[in-house]
Design a protein around this ligand. Sequence first.
Ligand code: ADP
Length: 208
Amino acid sequence: MIGPPGAGKGTQGALIAEHFDIPRIVMGDLLRDHVARHTNIGRVVEGYLGRGELVPDDVMLCIVRQALIAARAAGGGYVFDGVPRTMAQARAAYTIAAELGMTANAAVHLRVDDRELMRRLLGRAALEHRDDDTEAVIRHRLELYQKAAQPIIAWFAQRGILVSVDAMRQAGEVGREILTALELLPEPTGPASVRHPVDLSGLGAGCA
Ligand code: ADP
């Protein structure tokens, strides 16, 4: 999944995961879970999360590798949310996935214009009483996203895996369009169409 904050990556990623019965790997959730459980990783990443900075690539990539190995054991499919955030992460994660025979079949890109994102994010900030999420702060986050995402999106397009969707519409409509597009993709070749349950909790032990 790739898209700006507020585009609906969580909602649509969950829909895809449920539809294809594959695990959803949400980097932010995995990292927050480590912090909550006071693991070694949690101690390493806590400050970064608090400041809203990217955690070091070696930690992030170690978790990516473990997540992909777990997903492969469960049948091979996965949805990534929150990875990659930079071109360096994109290349590194691709190398790991290629080693494991698990490169992505599709990159779902959610397109929403800045005005609508601002509306959604200010609404969310009010609901969550996040007074620090002012218009200026949100605008800055959106600018950072645009700058980082453009080369990544171009790279997905070049690889022929970009599925770009107009995500200005209602979530249900967006979801139907995504599933239709993904259903039309050629069947991934390779092992295992059998799905097994997968437990991603505690991923990252031994990474820090
Ligand atoms: P947000 O969209 O507000 O950044 P996330 O839940 O996606 O929320 O991420 C929360 C935090 O987790 C980020 O601020 C960052 O510290 C860390 N994080 C998430 N994904 C990555 C990543 N790919 N690389 C490095 N750090 C990440």
